[in-house]
Ligand binder design. Structure first.
Ligand code: ZN
Length: 153
């Protein structure tokens, strides 16, 4: 998995770009969604092996169900917007994780129909390229927003 800073930078950049076209009110929730699939990392605090259960959260279906449950549990109004923010943020997380080189795969894309994990094998786990790329995309998104804002005036 890329580190959490990489996930946050990519998610923030994605939010910037999406906000040019759509009404995107929940940047904090969007960024929280980008970290949500790694909720399975709480296993380090659990005294027994909960990995088989927790790894479900690190799948597209698990991330969307978690986003739905959280949005329904927290809010009475605006649940759809919160669900979309959490869900898109979560999917961005899984897409980044999918790029990590791995012999045995990173993301169970087709869970619950298949338990096979997939990886696109693009960037090595410990390569800083992910973080540098995230920083570049993050900065570019602000430049695009600035330019877009000037064009609209
Ligand atoms: Zn992850």
């Amino acid at each position: 998995m890329p580190d959490w800073l990489t996930h946050v930078l990519f998610a923030w950049a994605l939010w910037n770009i999406l906000s040019l076209k759509f009404n995107m009110p929940f940047i904090g929730i969007f960024i929280t969604g980008s970290l949500l699939p790694d909720i399975d990392k709480v296993e380090v605090m659990i005294p027994f092996n909960a990995e088989p259960f927790l790894s479900v959260f690190h799948t597209p279906v698990g991330a969307l169900i978690t986003s739905g449950v959280i949005s329904m549990a927290i809010l009475r109004d605006g649940q759809a917007h919160v669900f979309l923010a959490l869900g898109i943020g979560s999917i961005s997380h899984l897409l980044l994780d999918l790029m990590v080189k791995s012999m045995d795969g990173r993301v169970m894309l087709f869970f619950p129909f298949s338990f096979v994990s997939y990886s696109l094998n693009i960037i090595a786990q410990k390569d800083f390229m992910f973080l540098y790329l995230a920083m570049a995309v993050f900065l570019m998104s602000f430049i695009v927003m600035r330019y877009h804002g000037d064009v609209k005036k």
